[in-house]
Design a binder for this molecule. Structure first.
Ligand SMILES: [Zn+2]
Length: 90
């Protein structure tokens, strides 16, 4: 993975949804001018299969859902610990 750093610098950004390079670059992310999705530059450069890439909007949505359904009084890391405990008991 020593080439990752180079990839970030050399990365040619494009929208993995529309396959267009009609994007607007910002400091840490870029935005597709067609579907308006925003993608994290670091995510883009480090994700080999671009079809796996989630837009920042989707990531926010996931974070929201996790927050909404997590048990009260627990933070997310505790929640994932619980999940791990469950799988070990089986
Ligand atoms: Zn797009």
């Amino acid at each position: 993975m020593s080439h990752v750093k180079t990839n970030i610098r050399m990365a040619k950004y494009y929208c993995p949804y529309c396959n267009t390079n009609k994007i607007v670059e910002y400091e840490s992310y870029f935005k597709c001018t067609l579907c308006k999705s925003k993608f994290d530059k670091f995510d883009f450069a480090t994700t080999e299969d671009k079809s796996d890439l989630l837009s920042l909007g989707e990531l926010k949505g996931i974070a929201k859902v996790l927050k909404k359904y997590k048990p009260k009084g627990k933070d997310l890391s505790e929640l994932f610990e619980d999940i791990n405990d469950d799988s070990e008991q089986k």
